[in-house]
Design a protein around this ligand. Structure first.
Ligand code: ADP
Ligand code: 5GP
Length: 200
């Protein structure tokens, strides 16, 4: 049986990409990133084929019609999806596949036979989340507001019993990374952190 993929999910700006990049850097032979398709515009520094397969809406819809995606969703006005090929590209190398997807995708992946392990990355507070989104300086104020509104729905989902396998509160980055690393390496078998109240 192939090693189950690891799905990282959590509000935009919480630090998912930061944690994943660190893991891929430390263990380049053990983990590989599932490169999603998106219709969103690339941010400065993002590389087509590495961070995402950047595409347009017509092509994305064509790929849906071809059954190319194991999950796909609309997020903040754009399409995002994981192709079967993206996961296959990683698993063919014998590495554990890491996916960074939003909540609708998580729900769809859970219906597949992939037996994915789901990790929710929580902010320590909503204030910290909004500071990180602003500090990253990649999104307009309008996009930040939309991402914060979606964040509340994602947090509500993660609070439901049985919705996720692990919770990591990304407060101190090093501490969060140590937990993430142990989960990714299969060294922890219980929920790591409690969900913070996030009522600020
Ligand atoms: P995501 O991939 O979840 O959208 P990013 O990894 O892009 O989030 O992180 C958003 C911003 O928050 C980045 O500027 C990153 O450097 C910063 N960040 C990540 N983790 C922490 C942390 N524990 N404390 C403070 N800032 C953080
Ligand atoms: P961003 O635009 O910040 O890169 O990503 C926005 C959201 O889309 C994040 O929550 C990210 O996890 C999610 N996302 C990225 N790729 C996919 C994908 O292939 N499928 C789904 N469902 N969500 C994705």
């Amino acid at each position: 049986m192939p090693i189950p993929p690891l799905v990282i999910f959590g509000p935009s700006g919480v630090g998912k990409g930061t944690l994943i990049n660190r893991l891929l850097k430390e263990f380049p032979n053990a983990f590989g990133f599932s490169v999603s398709h998106t219709t969103r515009t690339p941010r400065p520094g993002e590389i087509d084929g590495k961070h995402y397969h950047f595409t347009n809406t017509d092509n994305f819809k064509f790929l849906i019609s071809q059954g190319a995606f194991i999950e796909h969703a609309q997020f903040s006005g754009n399409f995002y999806g994981t192709s079967a090929q993206a996961v296959q590209d990683v698993t063919a190398t014998g590495k554990r596949c890491i996916l960074d997807i939003e909540v609708q995708g998580v729900q769809q992946i859970k219906q597949t036979p992939l037996h994915a392990i789901v990790v929710f990355v929580s902010p320590p507070s909503m204030t910290a989340l909004s500071q990180r989104l602003r500090g990253r300086a990649t999104d307009s104020e309008d996009a930040i507001q939309r991402r914060l509104a979606i964040a509340r729905r994602e947090i509500d989902y993660a609070r439901q019993p049985g919705s996720v396998d692990y919770v990591i509160v990304n407060d101190d980055l090093d501490a969060a990374y140590q937990k993430f690393k142990r989960i990714a390496n299969g060294e922890l078998d219980a929920t790591v952190d409690q969900m913070p109240p996030l009522d600020d």
